[in-house]
Design a binder for this molecule. Sequence first.
Ligand code: CMC
Length: 393
Amino acid sequence: TGMFTYDPGFTSTASCESKITYIDGDEGTLLYRGYPIEQLADHGDFLETCYLLLYGELPTKAQKDDFVNRVTYHTMIHEQMNRFFAGFRRDAHPMAIMCGTVGALSAFYHDSTDITDPHQRMVASLRMIAKMPTIAAMAYKYHVGQPFVYPRNNLDYSSNFLHMCFAVPCEEYKVNPVLARAMDRIFILHADHEQNASTSTVRLAGSSGANPFACIAAGIACLWGPAHGGANEAALSMLAEIGSVDQIPEYVARAKDKNDPFRLMGFGHRVYKNYDPRAKIMQKTCHEVLGELGIKDDPLLDIAMELEKIALNDEYFIEKKLYPNIDFYSGITLRALGFPTNMFTVLFALARTVGWIAQWKEMVEDPSQRIGRPRQLYTGATRRDYTPIDQRR
Ligand code: CMC
C-alpha cells in the first residue's frame, strides 16, 4: 500500500530514544551510560553497574552503600511463593518456572504495581533486582530436587547467589571469591544491550501501562528463544554434539550449506559485524574460571577454540561478518561454575533484569511515550461475502 515502511525484524526502525546503552556494531563498542564495558567488567561490580544503568551515573561511596543496603533489604521472597514453585512438575525447565514465578510477583507485591507513582516504581525496581537471584536459585534447587536456601544478606550479590544455588543442608559451603567475581562479571556483561528482542518486548508490554513484574515476565519469555538468550545453552549442546576436534570441518560445512538449517550457535550478531566486545571478556573469564578450578583439559574448550580459529579463517564467515558472540564462551564458563545447561538462560535473565528495568523506567518517565503499535502490510484476501456451510466447497 506504500503507507508504511516495511521493515521485518526492525533492522532500520528506531523504536525509541534512549540514553542508556550505546553499541557501535562496526567498531565492536559497547558502552553503558558512556562507560566501556571492558572498564566496568574490570573495575566495577554488578550492583554498581545496576545503579549506573538505572540512574545514569556511577554512585559515590555513600550512594553505593545506600543502594546495596536497599537492594539487600528485598532479597527474600514472600514465603507463600514457595507453594507456587511446588505447582510445577519436578522436571520443569527452569525458564518455564521463571516465566511463571516472576509474573506471579505482581500478585504478591500489589504495593509496587502502580506505575504512575515514582516511589512504587522505585520499590518495584529494587525488588526485582533483589529477588531475581533468589527466584533463579529456587528454580535451580527445585529442578535438582534440593531444599531452597534462603538469601544470606552478609554476602555480596553474586556470592549470595552462588551460595543459594550450591549450599546444601548439613554441609559447609564456602563461596570461592574467584568464582564469585567471575559470576559478577558475567552479570555485568549481560546487564543491558539496548533494544534487543526481549528489551523491546518489555518496552512494548510496558507501553500499555502493564505493571513492571508483568513486563519483566514478558521479557523472560522472549529471552527464552534459541536465537536470543537460549543461544548459550544451544552453543554448549552444539560443542558437545561436535564431540571432537576432527569433526569440526563437517559442522562448518553444514553451517555454510544453504540447504541445511544448521547454524553455528554462538556465532553472528544482528548488530556486531566486527566482533562482540563481550565475547573477548567472556573468553578471558572462561580461562580464569577453568584455571581456578584446575580444569586443564576441557574437551569442549578445545573444540570451541579450534572452531573459532577455523571459522575466523573461513571465507563464508568472513564475508558474512560472523564472529563469536558472548554466548560462545559463556556456556563453557557456566558449566565449569557448576550450572546445568538449562540454567544458562535463567542466569542471562537474572542479569538482564536490570537492563529491562532501566529501559522500562526510561520509557515510563518519557512524556512523549505512547502505546507501541506497529503497523502491517496486509497481504490476505480482499473483501468477500460469507458463504453458508452447505454451499462451501
Ligand atoms: N551460522 C551460519 N550462518 C549464519 C549464522 C550462523 N551462526 N548466523 C548467520 N548466518 C548467515 C545466515 O544464514 C544468513 O545467510 P544468507 O544471507 O546467505 O541467507 C546471513 O548469515 C545473515 O543471517 P541472518 O539470520 O539474516 O542475520 P540476523 O541478523 O537476522 O541474525 C543471529 C542474527 C544472532 C540471530 C544469527 O546470527 C544466529 O542465528 N546466530 C546463532 C544464534 C546465536 O548465537 N544467537 C546469540 C546472539 S547474541 C546473544 C543474544 O542476543 O541473546
